[in-house]
Structures are given as C-alpha cells and as structure tokens.
Write a protein that binds this ligand. Structure first.
Ligand code: FMN
Length: 276
C-alpha cells in the first residue's frame, strides 16, 4: 500500500516538476515543442483522411468540367453532373480499334491503367513521340450525344512538354477528323510561356483544324511561329506559342502519337468508314 502511494506521488511530482520548470529551460522548450508538433500532426492527419473523399469527388468533377469545356458544353455556374448526362463513356481497345466491354466504362481509370503492367503496354522508343514510355491498352472515349446521335468524340491525350507531362482532351466531330477543341487539365509548364496552352485565344485556334491528310497520315501539327494565312495545308497547322517552342513541340508530338496507329487511329478510321 505504502509503495503504491509513493509511486503515484512521485508521478504527480514529476509532471508538476515539468510545469514548474522555468519557461527559458531547454527541457521545457523541447517538451512543449514536441507536444505542439504531436497535436498539429494529429490535426493534419485527421484533416487529410477526412477530406480525401471530398478531394476525389472534386477531382472527378474537375475532369468532367474539362471534358464539357473542350466540347463547348459548359458555361461558368452550370450544373456539371446535369451537363455531363449528355455524355456516354465507352472503352476502346487501341490494338483493334473496337469497343470493349471488358471493364466498367464509368469506373475505368486510364491514368491508373497506364501505370499497371497488367493493363498497359510499353512503347518502343522509336514510336514514343509523346515521350510517355507506356500507355493503357484500353482508353475511354467520351461521346457527346444529341438524342441517339453521337455528335462529338472526346479523346484523352497526354505527352511531355518541357517540364511536365500535359494531360488533356482532344474533341473531334463525329467525322473522326475535324477538331472541336483541345484543352489541358493538368501540367506544370511555365505560366506565361508553356502555360499559355491554357490561353483561351490559343485554344480557340484549334477549332475546325483537321487531323488526317488525304493519305491517312496524321497531319495536325503545331508550327514554330504563326501560320502564314492562305498557305497550303493551313487546315492542319496551329500557331506555336511565343517563347515556348518546346512545349508547343510537345503538344504537336503528343497529337501525332495519340492520333496515330499506336493511339486512336484504328478507332477513328472505323468511325470515318462506318460512323460512330
Ligand atoms: C525559367 C524559364 C522557363 C521556361 N519555360 C518554358 C516552358 O514552359 N515551355 C517552353 O517551351 N519553353 C520554356 N522556356 C524557354 C525554353 O528554354 C526555350 O528557350 C524556348 O522553348 C525556345 O522557344 P522560342 O524558340 O520560341 O524562343 C523557359 C525558359 C526559362 C528561362
């Protein structure tokens, strides 16, 4: 009995001792700093864990907003989910250019698939125009519908610029050839230089440009400087960004890759021949 009491009294005394220490003492400063760190770490962890589902939802909404924007179907303030109801997601096997129902189109994540050896293919160096090293075997296509008619096809694209991989969408009309728009939702190019890929004026130049030449080769490209008005092949050329030749080249190369045989060409050729 006596020993228990002594132990308790010692414990109380030691915690009191800590509080009784001078505010200038190294031990008290160290203990207080550790306690503050611990409390903050708990707050940050709780916030990170509890906000994760909201972050995932916001990321998903942002992606949908970008898809709607590139299709010209979104005005600031619109209900994203309501506008997105016009869009049907289908999956394409890039090897065959055929639709596949192997996975659930609404939950398929092409960016995750690109990193998973079970779902991706390594790209041979000579074919890797987009400089991405691997791509998913299956990609989603977002089909914009008016009633039963598919009006546009929105295709995810990605490729390396100067500092980063740019992720975005190319929207084409149901002829599989005429561009509606190009928009990026993620990149880390320099604001004011490569970051001008987000400039609405530059983005507007893409509308009406054509992807494939008469011989079937991918002809769309970003040129250095401005396209000369009236020059031949203008329908395939887009002005390069001033002071950002490397990002511009990256965008041109990414489209050459994704619109080519490794990418959506087999699918788009079928669309051109038989409709969507
Ligand atoms: C700090 C800094 C950031 C840059 N960021 C970019 C960029 O995001 N994209 C790009 O193509 N060039 C960028 N550049 C310029 C490139 O180094 C290169 O000079 C440029 O792409 C050449 O383009 P031009 O021939 O149109 O001048 C940057 C340069 C500096 C110094």
């Amino acid at each position: 009995m006596k020993t228990k009491k002594t132990k308790k009294t010692r414990k109380q005394a030691s915690s009191l001792n800590f509080l009784a220490l001078s505010n200038d003492s190294t031990a008290k400063t160290f203990i207080m700093a550790t306690l503050v760190c611990l409390v903050c770490a708990v707050f940050v962890s709780v916030a990170a864990v509890s906000l994760k589902p909201l972050q995932v939802l916001n990321k998903e909404l942002d992606k949908k907003k970008n898809i709607l924007q590139v299709a010209g179907l979104y005005q600031e303030g619109d209900d994203i989910e309501a506008a997105f109801s016009k869009i049907e997601i289908k999956l394409i096997d890039l090897e065959t250019g055929e639709y596949t129902s192997e996975y659930d189109a609404n939950s398929y994540d092409d960016r995750k698939a690109a990193k998973d050896p079970a779902f991706n293919v390594q790209i041979a160096k000579k074919d890797d125009l987009a400089n991405i090293r691997m791509r998913p075997k299956v990609m989603p296509v977002y089909q914009v519908k008016e009633g039963d008619t598919v009006k546009q096809l929105i295709l995810p694209v990605n490729g390396y610029g100067l500092w980063s991989t740019l992720y975005g969408f190319l929207a084409v009309e149901n002829d599989g050839q005429t561009i509606v728009g190009l928009s990026f939702y993620e990149h880390a190019e320099t604001p004011g230089l490569g970051g001008e890929v987000d400039n609405p004026k530059w983005k507007s130049i893409w509308s009406g440009k054509k992807v494939y030449a008469a011989d079937g080769r991918v002809a769309i490209d970003v040129v250095k400087g401005a396209v000369v008005p009236g020059s031949s092949g203008n329908e395939f050329k887009v002005d390069g960004l001033a002071g950002a030749t490397l990002t511009s080249r990256g965008v041109g190369n990414m489209l050459k890759y994704w619109m080519g045989k490794e990418g959506y060409q087999k699918y788009l050729n079928k669309v051109q021949a038989n409709g969507v």
